[in-house]
Design a protein around this ligand. Structure first.
Ligand code: ZN
Length: 248
């Protein structure tokens, strides 16, 4: 059995309007004018020239820069086609965030994504829209760890936005409160009140466990650490209101 000799691409083939692409692991010539892909054994000047002469006679006299510009257009077109794949992947990620947000908002366990939400979505999509659509839903990640990381991302993003708003507000106030979490640990809650687009907004700013004592000094230290970490300006703080247990 004789081994077929593979031809390699030469940069001078650009003069005939051909670039090189890899098809099934083999280098093949591709016409930058009509995008036609020829076989590897057509990688010879006379074959490429023949294509140019018979298919694109009007470009016979064009030089390399012309064909190189055409190739850039070709690459851009290819990017657009992978761009649509990118948009779909983006939509799937967005859906994963939207559903994680709902899970957090309704205070449901993070496991509900993979144990209930996704199976329901898959089943409905398959019944109503068919297998192709269901295949897209199959790519949606709603595992416990994904849901947790999405919620963490959104929390960090919201916190960043609130801090940015506080920083751009001419003044702000804070309200200190307490809450007990599921493990019966006392949590310090801090809400911030600030001016944004000429209206007063109040947002949750900080939640931190008060593990040891809960004296006013402990709370003050916690708030102070947070202010330094986030570079919040004490000079703009015009009011602090607190729960009775923090007031001494
Ligand atoms: Zn062509």
């Amino acid at each position: 059995m004789s081994k077929t000799k593979r031809r390699t691409y030469d940069d001078s083939y650009f003069n005939y309007g051909f670039t090189c692409m890899i098809k099934s692991g083999i280098k093949v010539p591709q016409c930058v004018l009509c995008m036609k892909v020829l076989a590897n054994d057509s990688m010879k000047p006379h074959k490429l020239k023949q294509h140019l002469r018979t298919k694109h006679a009007e470009h016979m006299d064009k030089s390399k820069p012309f064909f190189e510009a055409k190739e850039r257009e070709l690459k851009r077109a290819k990017l657009d086609s992978t761009g649509s794949f990118h948009i779909q992947a983006q939509a799937i990620t967005e859906a994963s965030y939207a559903l994680s947000y709902r899970i957090a908002r309704d205070e449901k366990p993070h496991t509900i994504g993979e144990t209930l939400v996704k199976p329901c979505l898959l089943e409905c999509t398959q019944i109503i829209l068919g297998d192709t659509a269901a295949q897209k839903i199959a790519d949606l990640s709603l595992s416990e760890s994904t849901v947790k990381s999405r919620i963490d991302d959104m929390t960090a993003d919201i916190k960043r936005q609130v801090i940015e708003k506080i920083k751009s507000s001419p003044m702000f106030a804070i309200r200190l409160d307490e809450s007990t979490d599921v493990a019966s640990i006392l949590q310090l809650m801090v809400f911030a009140c600030y001016v944004h687009r000429e209206t007063i907004e109040e947002e949750f700013l900080l939640c931190s466990p008060l593990t040891e004592t809960t004296t006013a000094a402990d709370v003050m230290n916690m708030v102070s650490d947070f202010f330094s970490k986030e570079h919040l300006d004490w000079g703009k703080l015009i009011g602090v209101c607190s729960h009775a247990w923090l007031s001494y």
